[in-house]
Design a protein around this ligand. Structure first.
Ligand SMILES: Cc1cc2nc3c(=O)[nH]c(=O)nc-3n(C[C@H](O)[C@H](O)[C@H](O)COP(=O)(O)O)c2cc1C
Length: 312
């Protein structure tokens, strides 16, 4: 099974991906969180850092938008950097973006998707699409798949919830089955895989899947991809040591370009929303991190986390 890491804005940036690939591993394909262009044709300095091709392999930068001009600008920029893969976000449910017909807000408008694909594809770079099963109704699914079927797309990654559900409610496996039967492209499953058992259950339900994408479940158990691949994991104390190295590298990387403790803490603390689940007493760990107002307290909370030990 090929495994990819779901992009999570604010969590799976370059700093995380690089440290994860170095110390943990088990992921075959990475995606950047969505990159919003400034004024239609500008990448910010943080975008440039995110997609520096010298740093990372197996990366597909993610575009979000509905304008052919922006799509082509993004595509050509990536081709210029030597990328061979890009991804189009048709799934983000953030209301601000949805209102502008971006992310899952584009799913009710298959004609706009078709306009972009008709002119926007280029043989030098393959496009994958990441989508939901509709924005406000599953009725939107079939028209979108009909459009996608007309074009050369490397795979469609499907998170089987509606945009309006955000992350609430169960995933809709019936709708996912519909995608499998209607799509002529390879389909990647994404959503709520948080354990080896979840993975096995999905595979039993959809035995022909060749690729799955995991996000929050992997951040909560950083060794999940390796468990899924059936690897024998290092002993608990060695895994704890790897987490220490991962955290140390993330800390050092942010320190190297952020200025001041406030900025640094605003990057580091949110990460623990998921990261704390790797540790015993995860709630106490998360509480200590959340409460830490300054750098000294943050370091004490991190030391407390590592004292608790890693979950089996
Ligand atoms: C905080 C957060 C940020 C996200 N950011 C992105 C993003 O930038 N691009 C994207 O395609 N999906 C984004 N997603 C959706 C995830 O990639 C994924 O589809 C979703 O979390 C379901 O997978 P999971 O249950 O394995 O986490 C985000 C999800 C969360 C919770």
């Amino acid at each position: 099974m090929k495994l990819s890491l779901a992009p999570l804005q604010g969590f799976t940036d370059l700093v995380f991906r690089r440290a994860f690939a170095k110390y943990i591993g088990g992921i075959d394909q990475f995606y950047t969180p969505f990159l919003v262009l400034q004024n239609g044709d500008k990448l910010t300095s943080s975008h440039h850092r995110e997609i520096d091709p010298k740093i990372e392999e197996n990366l597909a930068p993610q575009f979000i938008g509905n304008s052919l001009k922006e799509f082509v600008f993004f595509r050509d920029h990536l081709i210029g950097l030597g990328y061979t893969k890009m991804n189009w976000n048709l799934g983000c449910p953030f209301p601000m973006l949805v209102k502008k017909k971006k992310g899952s807000g584009l799913l009710p408008f298959p004609n706009l998707i078709e306009e972009v694909l008709s002119e926007g594809l280029d043989d030098r770079i393959e496009l994958s699409v990441k989508m939901r099963i509709g924005h406000s109704s599953v009725e939107e699914l079939e028209p979108v798949l009909t459009v996608l079927n007309k074009f050369k797309i490397s795979e469609i990654i499907v998170h089987p919830r509606l945009g309006i559900q955000q992350y609430r409610g169960d995933v809709d496996l019936e709708a996912f089955n519909k995608v499998l039967s209607l799509s002529k492209h390879p389909v990647v499953y994404n959503g709520d895989i948080c354990s080896l058992e979840d993975y096995q259950q999905r595979l039993e339900q959809f035995p022909n899947l060749e690729q799955m994408m995991i996000g929050r479940g992997l951040l909560k158990d950083l060794f999940l991809a390796r468990r899924i691949k059936g690897e024998e994991l290092p002993a608990a104390h060695e895994r704890l040591d790897l987490l220490k190295k991962l955290h140390g590298e993330i800390y050092d990387s942010y320190t190297s370009y952020l200025s001041g403790d406030t900025q640094l803490l605003s990057k580091l603390k949110p990460m623990w929303e998921y990261f704390s689940a790797n540790f015993n007493n995860e709630r106490k760990v998360y509480k200590a991190i959340k409460k830490s107002g300054g750098m000294k307290k943050y370091h004490a909370a991190v030391a407390f986390a590592f004292q608790q030990g890693i979950k089996e």
